[in-house]
Design a protein around this ligand. Structure first.
Ligand code: C5P
Length: 234
């Protein structure tokens, strides 16, 4: 296969398994995986820790002053996957809670937050050879990405997956609570003024409500191979 590297942009709704499929593809094809949701989650955690966000509002004036000094990095761990660091501290587990996810969808509505994170994401993809997942990768971050995938599944299927994950981690939540936050995040992601979640016109859609992980991974690998072949005119 060619050594010409491309950008793979994977966008879609929350909890539809984007990161799992993106991570697996990246490791199969030897690309870097970048989880942009983790970056919004890290900003959300920062706001929670610093008292800049409560149930009703975000102190956007103070956050804007500090945004350029918030450092978010990804570092490989002993298992070979990457952990998220916020100002030098490993926050990989702390950012995965339901509250931080909901907070992430709130901070992601702020224009200056998106601008700061999008710039970092574009810098990470400068050399190509990346699989990046998020909500606006194929539309805003890399509108010229060679391969764009838009992943979707029904809210109930996604909430069930998220519920199983949270239960396995020992979190005490009800299915209804998870379904409600899934629907709330969908609505916030689709209706915000700044870079709302939408399918790029040239994205390939994958509805994974009723396919298993192996079928999904094969579908994605085939999409990647077809894209590379097309680029080479085969
Ligand atoms: O993907 P994940 O669920 O971890 O993302 C958390 C939240 O961050 C999303 O609900 C979305 O509001 C926001 N996000 C975003 N743009 C991205 C990635 C995530 O607005 N590229």
């Amino acid at each position: 296969m060619s050594t010409q590297k491309i950008i793979v942009a994977i966008d879609g709704f929350s909890s539809c398994g984007k990161s799992t499929m993106a991570k697996q593809l990246a490791s199969q094809i030897g690309y870097n995986y970048i989880d942009t949701g983790a970056m919004y989650r890290a900003v959300s955690l920062y706001c929670q820790q610093e008292g800049l966000m409560d149930e009703n509002e975000i102190n956007a004036v103070e956050l804007e002053k500090r945004i350029s000094s918030i450092s978010i990095q990804f570092k490989l761990n002993a298992q070979g996957t990457s952990d998220t660091y916020l100002n030098g501290v490993n926050v990989e587990n702390a950012i995965r809670t339901i509250e931080t996810g909901l907070g992430a969808s709130r901070v992601s509505e702020l224009k200056f937050v998106r601008k700061a994170l999008v710039e970092q994401q574009q810098a990470m993809g400068k050399e190509k050879g990346i699989v990046m997942d998020g909500r606006d990768i194929g539309t805003v971050v890399f509108p010229r990405a060679e391969l764009k995938i838009f992943v979707t599944a029904s809210p109930e299927v996604r909430a069930q997956r998220r519920f199983d994950e949270l239960k396995a981690k020992g979190e005490t939540v009800s299915f209804q609570e998870v379904l409600d936050t899934t629907i709330e995040r969908d609505s916030r992601d689709m209706n915000r003024a700044e870079s709302p979640l939408k399918q790029a016109t040239d994205a390939i859609v994958l509805d994974n409500s009723h396919i298993n992980m192996e079928e999904q991974q094969k579908w994605l690998c085939d999409a990647f191979t077809n894209c590379i072949e097309k680029l080479h005119g085969n």
